[in-house]
Design a binder for this molecule. Structure first.
Ligand code: NAP
Length: 249
């Protein structure tokens, strides 16, 4: 469907599970050369990559903690050396560490900011420097409706997601002249391990809050992300696409 992604190197952070895994699978099926990162679960990650390769697709898994900016910089250099320049970057990896803000230890604040915002920003800087040289590229940030509206107990997380939306807008202006487009998607409640870790009562309340009366699926996020990486989205930059079943409308 998106012929232009065939043979293009796309880096997806946090691709071993959940939304990231869905994006990795859809990209590989379009013929993209997909490199994805994970933090800890090597068996799970290698399984995803090996399964795709056994089906004839191109996929590699690389252990890299997004919070380690030196490791991110090395990753970007190694990808270009080994597999060619990065055409697309999907900044998917993100964590939560929820607690009421009034009693949130500084450590929980830093943990989420360091990974979701600082880690993503510094990885993006390394990738953009490469893309600028090649005069083309696409970046998609995984924000959240938590970055657009109140999300009690998630002050650290929602601050990072609002930060990614702001970063998307500013970077879109800074790199437009190099033919690089930067966009974000803001999912609502999506069925992954992140939402299944929510308290049962909070999970049960989701259908009542969402106008479409259900959680979204991983495929319903992966499809718009692929669109933003494709030629179909060639005049879209600095945009945040909300994908939330109407939750924030
Ligand atoms: P998930 O199921 O918890 O998966 C997270 C993925 O990120 C895993 O592959 C994990 O690897 C990886 N990861 C976590 N920390 C990392 C780090 N420091 N370095 C590298 N990789 C790391 O999450 P998800 O629900 O798919 O969410 C994916 C993204 O969508 C996140 O940014 C999240 O904030 C955003 N989002 C999710 C929802 C939702 O309802 N699910 C809604 C809005 C936005 P390991 O397996 O090795 O730990």
């Amino acid at each position: 469907m998106y012929e232009e992604l065939k043979g293009r190197v796309v880096l997806v952070t946090g691709g071993s599970r959940g939304i990231g895994r869905g994006i990795v699978e859809q990209l590989a099926m379009q013929g993209a050369h997909v490199v994805f990162t994970y933090r800890g679960q090597q068996n799970v990650a290698e399984d995803v990559a090996a399964t795709l390769r056994s089906q004839g697709y191109w996929c590699r898994a690389v252990q890299t903690d997004l919070a380690d900016s030196e490791a991110s910089r090395a990753l970007v250099e190694n990808i270009e050396q080994d597999w060619g320049p990065i055409y697309g970057l999907v900044n998917n990896a993100g964590i939560t560490a929820d607690k009421s803000f009034l009693t949130m230890p500084a450590e929980l604040w830093h943990q989420v900011i360091d990974t979701n915002l600082t880690g993503t920003a510094l990885l993006t800087q390394a990738v953009l420097q490469q893309m600028m040289y090649h005069k083309e590229g696409r970046v998609v940030m995984m924000a959240s409706v938590g970055g657009l509206r109140a999300s009690s107990g998630q002050a650290n997380y929602s601050a990072t997601k609002a930060g990614l939306i702001a970063l998307t807008r500013t970077l879109s202006h800074e790199v437009a002249r190099f033919n690089i487009l930067v966009n974000a998607v803001a999912p609502g409640f999506i069925a992954t391990e992140m939402t299944s870790a929510m308290p049962e009562a909070a999970q049960a309340a989701i259908p009542k809050q969402v106008p479409l009366r259900r959680m979204g699926s991983v495929k319903e996020i992966a499809a718009p992300v692929l669109f933003l990486l494709s030629n179909q989205a060639s005049y879209i930059t600095g945009h945040c696409l909300v994908i939330d079943g109407g939750l924030s409308a």
